[in-house]
Design a protein around this ligand. Structure first.
Ligand SMILES: *[C@@H]1O[C@H](CO)[C@@H](O)[C@H](O)[C@H]1NC(C)=O
Ligand SMILES: *[C@@H]1O[C@H](CO)[C@@H](O)[C@H](O)[C@H]1NC(C)=O
Ligand SMILES: *[C@@H]1O[C@H](CO)[C@@H](O)[C@H](O)[C@H]1NC(C)=O
Ligand SMILES: *[C@@H]1O[C@H](CO)[C@@H](O)[C@H](O)[C@H]1NC(C)=O
Length: 960
């Protein structure tokens, strides 16, 4: 494959930034195509961004380098493809400039990664040339919106700003980088000045020796300043003097495919050229001579060559403070001068010159070697103009020459990436569960772009590591991926509220730093690894595994409580102000009627699947046995005591005894009983069985180890730690889910009618379930309201509209739930004692809270037990405001439970982001989500309050 002269295409209309296609008229040798994300046989990756997947081709202009589509490199689903538009679809443009991938949508407001390319299978610490190119070509038909400005990142550090001002200009940026890991990412960052796009991305493996200045700690960025007589902004020049032709040399003339452009016309310079081969083995790969250095500049008349460059005032924006490499005054340039004598000198001739930089001697009496290339490297400090002079020594008979030059700026890679083990685990997790979020580029760095749901620890000298991962409610499917186990520093892993299935894997027990593992509300099955149980047992791990229907042993038991803490283990009972109804009576009556075969209700019902009959029937003797003769009383209901019991298989149950019989058994009541027995939801407490044995009536429920919410919030006997805001939000969300199920998923819909903190029960790992359906009522499916004869409920929670009109709708539950939310926020009971004109009096919690909130006083509203900084202020505001909306009059103004669920979910995300920052400790913060106050909640607040919110969110960003 003899190098041939490059045939070039001459452009009549000249634009200084215009890239002209260099056609090389040599039969192309097909190179083995690179697999997605990997190097090809010459150690290159050549990506034509924006072409269809599968559409690779061999590029003529580079002797057949294989260009591949970008689908395998860019994050799945990131960006869109587009072709450039006429008249820019110039036939003479290289094919890679005809399409782009663009990244719309990201970066509303703050800067955000638009998309990232990951180049894989590299050698950690190896050296690579990376080239990104951009040709706008009116691809989006929005040419009038130019300029488009966005940032380019190399790994986690800012590389440069791409400022696209001309539709027909090609912007090319090159860098030499040494990635710390076996992959390198190039990211486009939306800075709010237009949609980032990219035409091409190349990576070239370099021989380790050739750019030793590029290290893991610093990259070399090819200077990208315009020179008046050069066509492109990149500063790598050769001195093949252009007459009418214009040549850019690249592969195969440069084995690394660096782009060399002509220096441009300069009348005081001329050229000396050889046709002989120049040995480049000392500066390059030893695979052959290169034409690039066969021509040299030399003064037309005189004894010196001078050239200069200056860093323009607008030289990039100051680096972000976190990179800490100071102002442009701290710029360091690396200047590489290439020399090879191209003339055979007679014995009496000599070419000797001094190399001066800014007037100071760099190298004295330098003599280029005949047909052997050398490079002289000089570091130049500081901003402003720099002058390089090659000055013939007095005894030299020939003027100086210069064959080529490059100018780089040396960019410290101050921002450290996530350690590669964590980063790769996260990428594998992202791939496995097809997660989108903002998960692009490096997981932890730069801090401003850290992936949502992560908490990282940063250090100035070591790569970041991941301490917390929240993938709660992230629609995860399938098994728990093994990559989680690679997150060796992870302390907090929340996988709750997903659809993970299969067994709980053993490797979770081997995660050395793990302190909290939440697997609750998934579809996991099988048994819990003993190692995990042991960690839980010895207190080194908080393990949450509730609501996994097929998990055969949840490892928790209702331990009999001491007398003092009896109240913790309780089963709530209705304390209605009006109708006293008891579910178990219904069960009994149903049973009796059925036995008597007189049950017309059953016969007439089209959907007779009443679980009362599937539920287990206990005799009084059974109950005596399982409660060890009613030994352990764990609560006191309105109609009798609740006892702890254990079934034969050891599972704990709560046995609610009825101390008196009731003959109340009207049809309506029977229907209610039927509804209860057919509801099954993880946030509704479930009935295990009943007892109807002569006068003994009892219900057997699942045991709720955490007691009821009222006791947990205010119970003086409770020894448990105060609930955190995160726990409160989860409880709120669970309960709201249960209510939403009653309202929306039951046919006919059910209204609980007695929603209150006492009727929200907690499992050992604080999963909340709605209990006590004694007052629950069905309302005809198509009617929005239902008139009941007698309103029922609990004072303080009861919807005044319902009370006054007897018109029942699901919005009455919403009202009561609003009170529950306020209790969760404030920790206070529905009636708050206040000092009035005539001494001590009580006001309703809602009135009190509304007053405080209107003063913008969130601190006095939020429960002090949560701790001053123990919550995300925005989410507390949001919940308080939601609670008040739940209590609106008329009731149609109230949100539906589905809306409540959605808002609580958002609040939980806000809090989870904050909690994880906190949980990770170590003074780190991911300043990502705290100022995400939803527009809706901001609307509802006064301007002054919004001001305060902003202040708070700023405070959130600071290190803790
Ligand atoms: C982009 O370039 C244009 C023309 O040189 C200049 O006026 C503008 O200030 C630049 N914009 C940015 C953000 O650098
Ligand atoms: C200088 O370059 C021009 C154009 O490439 C060429 O025609 C000429 O021969 C060169 N001069 C020398 C001395 O090699
Ligand atoms: C390469 O450099 C070495 C050491 O500087 C020198 O001995 C050798 O002659 C050089 N080779 C060529 C081909 O110039
Ligand atoms: C070379 O320099 C001399 C003296 O400065 C001048 O007279 C002459 O015209 C110059 N020649 C060219 C080709 O510039």
């Amino acid at each position: 494959m003899a190098p041939a002269a490059a045939a070039t295409v001459h452009r009549l209309h000249r634009h200084r930034l215009r890239l002209l296609l260099m056609l090389i008229c040599v039969a192309s040798s097909e190179l083995v195509a690179g697999v997605h994300g990997q190097l090809d046989s010459v150690g290159f990756i050549s990506i034509d961004c924006g072409i269809a997947d599968g559409g690779g081709y061999s590029d003529e202009s580079t002797h057949g380098l294989r260009y591949v589509p970008d689908a395998g490199f860019v994050d799945a689903g990131a960006g869109l493809n587009a072709g450039i538009n006429p008249p820019y679809t110039d036939r003479n443009m290289a094919e890679r400039y005809l399409t782009v991938r663009y990244f719309p949508g990201a970066g509303a407001g703050a800067a955000a990664r638009g998309g990232c390319y990951t180049l894989r299978q590299l050698s950690p610490g190896g050296r690579y040339l990376v080239r990104a190119s951009f040709y706008y070509g009116n691809y989006d038909g929005a040419i009038s919106r130019l300029p488009v400005v966005f940032d380019l990142h190399l790994g986690v550090n800012r590389w440069t700003t791409v400022n696209v001002t001309a539709p027909d200009a090609t912007y090319i940026f090159e860098a030499v980088a040494s990635p710390p890991a076996d992959f390198l990412q190039v990211c486009l960052v939306n800075i709010g000045m237009g949609t980032p796009f990219i035409s091409g991305l190349d990576l070239r493996s370099l021989k380790a020796e050739i750019y030793p200045e590029a290290t893991v700690k610093q990259s070399l960025l090819l200077l990208n300043h315009d020179r008046p007589t050069a066509r492109f902004a990149f500063n790598r020049y050769q001195f093949w003097r252009p007459a009418t032709d214009y040549k850019i040399f690249r592969y195969p003339y440069d084995p690394y495919d660096r782009l060399w452009q002509p220096y441009g016309d300069d009348s005081s310079w001329t050229n000396v050229t050889t046709t002989a081969a120049v040995d480049v083995s000392n500066i390059s790969r030893s695979d052959g001579p290169s034409p690039i250095l066969r021509s040299a500049a030399t003064p037309a008349n005189g004894t010196r060559l001078d050239f200069s460059w200056s860093s323009p005032e607008d030289d990039d924006r100051p680096p972000s403070p976190s990179t800490g490499n100071g102002s442009s005054g701290g710029i360091t340039y690396l200047l590489l001068l290439y020399f090879a004598e191209v003339q055979r000198l007679p014995s009496d001739a000599a070419r000797l010159f001094d190399i001066l930089v800014d007037g100071a001697a760099g190298q004295r009496r330098y003599a280029p070697k005949y047909l052997s290339a050398e490079v002289v490297r000089t570091t130049v400090q500081g901003a402003g103009q720099h002058v390089v002079s090659l000055v013939a020594t007095p005894d030299s008979t020939l003027p100086p020459i210069l064959n080529g030059l490059e100018i780089y700026s040396v960019q410290p890679m101050a921002e450290l990436a996530t350690n590669s083990r964590d980063a790769k685990a996260m990428m594998a997790i992202r791939e496995k569960y097809e997660l989108k979020k903002n998960w692009m580029g490096d997981p932890c760095a730069p801090k401003a772009f850290a992936w949502h749901g992560l908490n990282c620890s940063y250090s100035s000298s070591d790569p970041a590591w991941i301490t917390a991962l929240n993938l709660s409610s992230s629609v995860l499917n399938g098994a728990v991926d093994i990559s989680f186990g690679d997150l060796k520093s992870l302390q907090y892993l929340d996988l709750s509220n997903n659809s993970l299935s299969g067994p709980i894997p053993d490797f979770l027990a081997q995660m050395p730093a793990l302190k909290l593992l939440d697997l609750s509300s998934n579809k996991l099955s099988g048994s819990i690894p003993p190692d995990l149980l042991q960690k839980r047992q010895n207190g080194s791990l908080v393990l949450r595994i509730g609501n996994n229907a097929n998990l055969c042993d949840d490892g928790s038991t209702c331990q009999p409580k001491s007398k003092r803490s009896k109240r913790i283990l309780a089963i709530a009972t209705a304390a209605p102000i009006a109708v006293a109804t008891l579910l178990f009576v219904a069960a009994v009556v149903i049973l009796q009627r059925r036995r008597n075969k007189q049950d017309t209700w059953m016969a007439n019902n089209t959907r007779p699947r009443s679980n009362v009959f599937k539920n287990r029937q206990f005799t009084y003797k059974d109950l005596k046995l399982i409660t060890a003769n009613f030994k352990e009383e764990i609560g006191q209901g309105g109609f009798g005591s609740v006892f702890l019991g254990y079934l034969e298989d050891g599972s704990p149950v709560a046995v609610k005894m009825c101390s008196k019989t009731s003959s109340q058994g009207d049809k309506e009541f029977l229907a209610e009983a039927q509804h209860l027995t057919r509801v099954h939801h993880r946030n509704l407490v479930s009935l295990i069985g009943y007892c109807k044995d002569k006068k003994h009536l009892a219900l057997v429920y699942e045991c709720m180890q955490g007691g009821n919410l009222e006791d947990r919030l205010r119970g003086e006997a409770s020894t448990a730690a105060p609930l955190t805001w995160h726990e409160r939000l989860k409880i709120a969300l669970d309960s709201a889910n249960g209510l939403e199920y009653l309202h929306k998923s039951c046919q006919p819909p059910l209204i609980h009618r007695d929603v209150k903190t006492r009727n929200i029960l907690l499992s050992g790992d604080l999963e909340a379930k709605i209990a006590d359906f004694g007052l629950t009522k069905a309302f005809a499916g198509d009617l929005m309201t239902h008139v009941t004869t007698q309103p029922a409920g609990t004072l303080g929670y009861m919807d005044p509209e319902y009370y006054n009109t007897c018109r029942l709708s699901e919005k009455s539950d919403v009202y009561s739930f609003g009170v529950v939310l306020l209790e969760l926020v404030t920790g206070r009971p529905p009636a708050v004692p206040v000092a009035g004109d005539d001494g001590e009096m009580s006001v309703h919690l809602a009135v009190w809270a509304r007053q405080k909130l209107s003063e913008g006083d969130i601190e006095s509203v939020a429960d002090a037990a949560m701790g001053g900084a123990g919550y995300d202020v925005n989410s507390v505001w949001k919940v308080a405001e939601l609670a008040l909306r739940c209590k609106e009059l008329p009731s149609r103004e109230r949100p539906a439970m589905a809306d409540v669920v959605a808002e609580l979910r958002e609040c939980l995300e806000l809090e989870a982001a904050r909690a994880m920052r906190w949980y990770g400790g170590g003074g780190s913060s991911c300043s990502t989500t705290t100022n995400n106050v939803s527009a809706a909640s901001v609307d509802a607040l006064s301007e002054a309050q919004v001001g305060e919110l902003k202040q708070d969110s700023v405070l959130e960003l600071g290190p803790r």
